[in-house]
Write a protein that binds this ligand. Structure first.
Ligand code: 13P
Length: 250
């Protein structure tokens, strides 16, 4: 069967003011006209409004980088899926390793957020990946399989088809040390086999799996051409329009 439609998402992390976000997206628009990938920019909450306005008339979709699992209530500083949906957000990154490490997110909160994202009509980009110590100890497959299963508890087959899973080895994030295409493919394949076990072969074939971790214009093509890799979640290189446009070309 032919491969799934590529999805290339920029994770801006804590970068760009609303004015900078708007200028960036306006500059990006003409550069991605020829790309056949789905293109997403995951921007800080405060940039969502200007980014959506700037992206009008283009195929660029705006994502959030996190959300709370409750609809509303006494959760100071938090933002709900309902609020994001209302603004026109399409995707939301859930369980990024930086959130797991610095903001105490667990497999349990990740699962709650994934369920809440579906409830409010958002597509989750669910991040999984091992640390260097886990890789060195031969625990990569076990760890990633567990994270995938835990994130998808209670998620139906119809829902999971709309999810994106991002395999981001922690040792490759922001380090310039990209996983080789073979290393990335090996784990993305394990993720797809886990989806097959949880759902069915047909469903597993429909879910898009991204690779993330030091993706650049000069390594994206090789990574994205692997059988089980359907695009990338890009950090640092997504902050420059020409570089991100080149990555989006597939
Ligand atoms: P870098 O591309 O900067 O390594 O970041 C990857 C990442 O964390 C994307 O979510």
């Amino acid at each position: 069967m032919s491969k799934r439609k590529l999805i290339v998402a920029g994770n801006w992390k804590m970068n760009k003011t609303p004015a900078e976000a708007s200028a960036f997206i306006k500059e990006l628009k003409p550069l991605i006209k020829g790309s056949r990938s789905e293109i997403v920019c995951a921007v800080p909450f405060v940039d969502i409004q200007t980014s959506i306005t700037a992206a009008r008339g283009s195929r660029i979709k705006i994502a959030a980088q996190n959300m709370h699992f409750e609809e509303k209530g006494a959760y100071t500083g938090e933002v709900s899926g309902q609020m994001l949906k209302d603004m026109g957000v399409k995707y939301v990154i859930i369980g990024h390793s930086e959130r797991r490490e610095y903001f105490a997110e667990t497999n349990k909160t990740v699962n709650k957020k994934v369920l809440a994202a579906f409830k409010y009509g958002l597509k989750p980009i669910i991040c999984v990946g091992e640390s260097l110590a886990q890789r060195d100890a031969g625990l990569t497959a076990e760890h990633v399989r567990y994270q995938v299963k835990a994130a998808l508890l209670g998620v139906t087959a119809e829902q999971v088809k709309k999810a994106v899973i991002a395999y981001e080895p922690i040792w490759a994030i922001g380090t310039g040390r990209t996983a080789t295409a073979e290393q990335a493919e090996e784990v993305c394949r394990i993720i797809r086999l886990t989806l097959k076990e949880l759902y069915s072969k047909r469903v597993a074939c429909m879910v898009r799996i991204q690779y993330g971790g030091s993706v650049k214009a000069d390594n994206a093509h090789e990574l994205f051409s692997m059988e089980d890799i359907d695009g990338g979640l890009v950090g640092g290189a997504s902050l420059k329009t020409a570089e991100f446009a080149a990555i989006s070309a597939g």
